[in-house]
Design a protein around this ligand. Structure first.
Ligand code: ADP
Ligand code: ZN
Ligand code: ZN
Length: 828
């Protein structure tokens, strides 16, 4: 007798993690009828040979007009992605001109994305009973015995079976074989050894006292005594279990003494599966935070029943935005909902994590692109669990928008203006801030955007009442805004008060700070940061072989390196063009600054923080901690040090050259310079007396610099918003940048001209270009850009579809089939 439901034939539409424009339909074998659900992963065959794990988007019974393949197996018992996530992906694909499959490929931790090159192994629990196997099954098994892991195509070759998939499918079902990824993806939670006091001593103080007495008496047990004392201290007198490594890592403690205590039954060792993420209980209550009047005002605006869905919190540096976030988060968490807290760069989270953990303890999860894929999978699962033993507050950089929130109640985007919210490569080229706002909208949740220097786009939205606006113009605790002083470098040069690149004025202030045991931050914009070589005689400059850029000097490796592709050469002894030996260093990088300063201030401890010195997370944290602990006197850095760090002993901040920021040819350069200078100024004078900022510039009367000095965001905003209107830039116009890429320069020129021509047929003078970008060749590919700008009122969604069609028409021409066309919506 068959069960009646078994006769229903179900089909699923699935998302494949591939650059494909549509969903694909597969048939569900009857035995999976009760198991299959939206948001689960299934194994499907796609193309001739490949297997993929795909996500079920829809289950239905409409029989398609074409013959469908069966899904081969189901990987999840519970959905790992919800309906809202799919809606979010679908929106993102439409908005950022890519496919849902592109998004799946970046959204899921790779532990969930079983690769297509599926390899098969013998099932670890295979019983070894060969008697029941068919001949073909035995053949497959034999192949696997010779070479424990094989790809499906290899199996097909060895056995000579053409139709290998149905066979493997049954073998998988019979638990004879298993997909290797399947083994890998069932990630093993990390085990950690724990020590606790044995019951004997836990229950009796007398026993404990006697134990101490005996250990104390003999000299041979002194080491055990030391261990036990350490254990009692760490475990709150034996109340808690502690990680064994807390003892073993301490070199003062003898590891054999630790083991003796375990052997003698004093300490009990057990293995626990432990979350890899540092957990801890909350140590303070949010109710104990007393907000200042302006914080209270800001909070009321965010919570006001008539507030918009998005509130922009414009609060000067150190105004206490985080405390306002914490109050909002607390409210949402108490309602049982979840919070997404975005930061521009995950490296910056350390300080924020600590502040949030203090109040919310284990409810805080951190999602990190540098975590291992298993750790990411773990955070993913704990996001699904939400308030039931999982995470309610998820902190991360832009990719955290993809976490499978169940009931999102609030989104916080800190340092909203930061351009690292935008992903450029690969697709989806999304903006984490804007996507998070849409995600919040899907959940009916509110968003709060915080910044001391809001982006023009967001401030414009606040001015036009699309967003609510809360302003905090004073620092918390009556702290004064830093005093900002400007050094006219032309004048300083005239009066001979410049050494190398440093004005006497700046050096004197650094000296004074050091004498007062205060710290100094020196900022050098990344654009002025690189050191290049140049031949004094013929002005030859070493350039990258593959990219249209000059090579940058790296002291550590004593080589010249390309920042785009990594190509590197040793320092040449003579100029290859004219054979002169007069090759000189040009430019003014952080390494050079570090070196120079050591000459001016031989006793100061100087460190450097930029992309090169901080590629490892650990290194970054080390520098940060060292600076916080005042083991570093002067910190030299690029953009990285401008971002939301909170130090309490910095009295002088120097901006070494303001000019290379301002002069950059980009419609945002004025806004950016203001933001960077204001942000780095904000590092001065926290928790203490008033800090000083010293800006070195050749243009002391430039408006951007005047606005920074006056701390006048509104003045910057007004002048810039006017320019944007006049010159037709965001927020008044939407930009789409189209990049055409190919190894052959001629083809790039042709294809891009043709594309621009076709686009003009539809969009007229909304199309600009094609033009070479400032770096017109990267990794041997030539690039050309076309810019399309739409009035806000137009049907932009329709326009995007037309752009995609026109682009596809180009690529569909045989001679341009290898051309890459990239669409970047809202480029930065
Ligand atoms: P912002 O993020 O706006 O630059 P922070 O949130 O870092 O400013 O606040 C600056 C400092 O003031 C922090 O050390 C913070 O702990 C402290 N602070 C702000 N608000 C309060 C408050 N209501 N009670 C106690 N300390 C506060
Ligand atoms: Zn030369
Ligand atoms: Zn290169």
């Amino acid at each position: 007798m068959t069960h009646p439901t078994e006769r229903i034939t179900y089909f699923v539409e699935v998302v494949l993690p591939l650059h494909l424009p549509e969903y694909y339909t597969y048939r569900v074998p009857f035995e999976y009828n009760d198991l299959v659900a939206v948001g689960q992963r299934v194994i499907v065959q796609f193309g001739q040979k490949r297997l993929y794990s795909a996500l079920v988007r829809k289950v239905h019974t409409e029989v398609p007009a074409y013959k469908t393949k069966y899904i081969l197996s189901i990987l999840d018992y519970e959905p790992i992605v919800g309906e809202t996530q799919f809606k979010f992906w679908e929106w993102m694909a439409g908005y950022y001109m890519c496919y849902v499959g592109d998004i799946m490929a970046v959204a899921l931790p790779s532990a969930f994305r079983l690769a297509s090159e599926s390899t098969i192994a013998i099932h670890p629990e295979f019983s070894g009973e060969y008697g029941n196997l068919t001949k073909s099954e035995l053949n497959v098994l034999e192949a696997l015995m010779n070479k424990s892991v094989l790809s499906i195509s290899e199996i097909s070759n060895i056995t000579g079976y053409q139709k290998i998939f149905p066979l493997l499918k049954t073998m998988i079902e019979k638990k004879i074989i298993v997909m290797e990824e399947e083994i890998k993806q069932r990630y093993t939670p990390k085990k950690e050894k724990y020590l606790s006091l044995s019951d004997k001593y836990k229950d009796s103080e007398a026993e404990t006292k006697e134990l101490f007495d005996t250990l104390e008496k003999k000299s041979s047990t002194q080491k055990q005594l030391t261990v036990l004392l350490a254990f009692f201290r760490l475990s709150e007198f034996g109340k808690n279990a502690i990680a064994k490594k807390q003892l073993t890592q301490n070199t003062d403690l003898s590891s054999s003494a630790i083991n003796t205590l375990i052997r003698n039954g004093v300490l009990v060792e057990e293995e626990r599966t432990e979350s890899r993420l540092i957990d801890g209980d909350a140590t303070a209550s949010v109710d104990d935070i007393e907000l200042s009047e302006q914080q209270q005002n800001a909070l009321s605006i965010c919570l006001h029943p008539y507030s918009k869905n998005v509130t922009l919190l414009h609060g000067v540096t150190s105004s206490g935005k985080t405390e306002v976030y914490i109050k909002l988060i607390d409210k949402v968490v108490k309602e049982g909902k979840q919070v997404l807290f975005l930061l521009p760069e995950i490296a910056l989270t350390a300080q924020v994590i600590n502040r949030l953990r203090k109040y919310f303890g284990n409810k805080v999860g951190v999602y990190h692109s540098r975590f291992s894929t298993n750790e990411r999978a773990e955070v993913w699962n704990k996001t699904i669990m939400g308030k039931d033993g999982g995470y309610q507050i998820l902190l991360g950089a832009r990719s955290a928008v993809f976490l499978p929130f169940q009931n999102l109640g609030l989104v916080v985007v800190d340092e909203e203006h930061d351009n690292s919210y935008k992903q450029y490569e690969p697709a989806p080229r999304y903006n984490g801030r804007d996507s998070a706002i849409y995600l919040a909208h899907l959940f009916g949740a509110k968003t709060i955007l915080g910044s001391a220097t809001p982006s023009l786009e967001c401030y414009y939205n606040a001015q036009t009442e699309k967003y609510s606006l809360a302003t905090m113009d004073k620092r918390y605790g009556g702290l004064m805004m830093p005093e900002i002083l400007c050094v006219d470098m032309k004048e300083a040069a005239r009066t001979k008060e410049v050494q190398l690149h440093y004005s006497k004025f700046l050096l004197d202030h650094i000296q004074e700070a050091l004498e007062n045991k205060e710290q100094v931050i020196l900022f050098q914009n990344r654009r002025g940061f690189s050191l290049r070589l140049e031949c004094d005689a013929c002005h030859w400059i070493p350039e990258c072989k593959h990219c249209d850029v000059s090579l940058v000097y790296h002291k550590q490796t004593n080589s010249l390196r390309c920042h785009y592709c990594g190509y590197s050469i040793p320092i040449p002894n003579e100029c290859p063009a004219c054979h002169s030996t007069g090759i000189k260093m040009k430019g003014f990088g952080t390494e050079k600054i570090e070196e120079d300063l050591q000459i001016f201030f031989p006793d100061a401890k100087i460190a450097r923080m930029d992309l090169d010195s901080t590629t490892q997370k650990k290194k970054y944290l080390e520098i940060l901690t060292d600076f916080e602990d005042r083991n570093i006197d002067i910190l030299v850095g690029t953009q990285m040090i401008t971002k939301g760090l909170d130090f309490d002993n910095v009295s002088v901040v120097g901006i070494l050259s303001a000019d290379n920021m301002i002069s950059f040819p980009d419609f945002r350069s004025f806004e950016r310079s203001f933001q960077q200078m204001t942000q780095v100024s904000g590092r001065a004078g926290r928790h203490g007396r008033r800090g000083k900022v010293i800006i070195q510039t050749y243009n002391p009367y430039h408006q951007a610099i005047r606005d920074v000095i006056d701390n006048n965001y509104l003045s910057m905003y007004k002048s810039q918003i006017n320019e944007r209107r006049v010159f037709r830039y965001p927020p008044f116009y939407k930009l789409i940048r189209i990049t055409v890429k190919h190894k052959d320069e001629r083809i790039v020129n042709e294809a891009s001209s043709l594309l621009a021509h076709d686009l003009r047929q539809v969009f007229g003078n909304r199309v600009l270009g094609p033009e070479y970008p400032s770096v017109s060749r990267i990794k041997n590919s030539y690039l050309k850009n076309i810019l399309v700008r739409f009035e806000k009122s137009e049907a932009i969604a329709q326009g995007k579809k037309i752009i995609i069609n026109i682009s596809n028409n180009i690529i569909n021409q045989k001679e341009y089939s290898k051309v890459t066309i990239i669409h970047d919506v809202d480029p930065q």
